[in-house]
Write a new protein. Structure first.
Length: 334
């Protein structure tokens, strides 16, 4: 691995400054994110992980657990990396005495895209019964789908059942349809929902992964039986309310002058959501969202956003509880 920019050694090495900061983190239980910014080999080697409770701090990964993560990829190229592995074992082994309790592996933070992918890949290989995924959004690049297919095919070859929940907007991407056609229909079930929470993956109802940070640079690995069971039950509720991929989407209310998608946008607008929030909730781009809003205004003859809000309720496009308050102005000016 080439040296980290401005750091002078390979990514798998540990400089004296990194060892000193890691020792400090083990002694105090955490270290400020700013203090580790100029020592990238600590985060590159997954020795520090984001604190789920406070994004300004990093918590040290126990040396024994960190060592296990580091040695796994190194073993595939043992002849070249044996020297580095030995130095890591001596360094981290000496620091292991600083930990005052065994690591709690029921909920752990997995930091870095490569580390997250490795953890999920290991869970895929170990799964032997069922995989449940919730995938929000609509964008699925050809490369994303290619990687997903290459990791999923070996799984279904072992007769592992898969259930995927996407958002309705994902139906219109040709790449997703091609991906689904490559997988056996007797093992794969796909449904879509209007709104979805963030990404979720559950393997054999024993381990679950979900984002730990908004940018998805870290994930939570959950192995606590009660919490995984609870997440799986929530997934089952979403699944029961979702529309099978092979069935057409529900249409708008009979007699409504708009499409089902426009009706969903109208409802979110009347609730006071801005355009960006509406687009994010429905898994579409802001540009597409505003195009639908423009069509709503033309269809109903609205002259402004405020006028549109009134017409959406008055015409019955959006059903609201009986109230004496005025309808909210939908969104912000586009």
């Amino acid at each position: 691995m080439p040296p980290s920019p401005g750091h002078g050694h390979s990514g798998h090495a540990l400089c004296d400054e990194a060892v000193g900061l890691y020792t400090q983190a083990l002694s105090h239980g955490r270290v400020a994110r700013s203090a580790a910014a100029h020592v990238p080999c600590l985060t590159d080697n997954a020795l520090l992980a984001p604190d789920p409770a406070d994004g300004q701090w990093l918590r040290p990964v126990p040396p024994s657990a960190a060592l296990a993560q580091l040695l796994h990829p190194l073993a595939r190229d043992i002849l070249e990396r044996v020297g580095t592995a030995g130095r890591l074992a001596r360094t981290l082994g000496a620091l292991d005495a600083l930990t005052d309790r065994p690591p709690d592996l029921a909920i752990s933070v997995v930091a870095g895209q490569s580390t997250i992918q490795a953890a999920i890949g290991a869970a895929l290989e170990e799964a032997n019964d069922e995989i449940l995924t919730l995938q929000p959004g609509s964008t699925r690049s050809p490369e994303m789908l290619r990687v997903a297919l290459s990791s999923t095919l070996p799984t279904v070859e072992r007769n592992v059942r898969l259930r995927h929940i996407y958002q309705h907007s994902a139906r219109y991407g040709p790449g997703l349809k091609a991906y689904l056609e490559r997988l056996p229909g007797d093992l794969l079930q796909v449904r879509t929902v209007e709104q979805a929470v963030d990404r979720l993956m559950i393997f054999d109802r024993k381990v679950a992964y979900l984002p730990a940070t908004p940018d998805r640079s870290a994930a939570l690995e959950i192995r606590h039986p009660a919490l995984v069971r609870y997440l799986a039950q929530l997934y089952d509720v979403l699944w029961a309310r979702a529309t099978p991929f092979s069935e057409p989407l529900p249409t708008a209310v009979p007699g409504a002058p708009v499409t089902a998608v426009q009706q969903s946008i109208a409802r979110l607008l009347v609730e006071g959501n801005q355009d960006e929030a509406v687009a994010r909730t429905l898994g579409i781009s802001v540009r597409t969202c505003r195009a639908h809003i423009a069509k709503l205004m033309r269809t109903l003859g609205a002259t402004s956003r405020t006028h549109l809000g009134v017409l959406l309720v008055r015409t019955g496009v959006v059903r609201t509880p009986h109230t004496t308050t005025r309808p909210a102005t939908p969104g912000t000016p586009g």
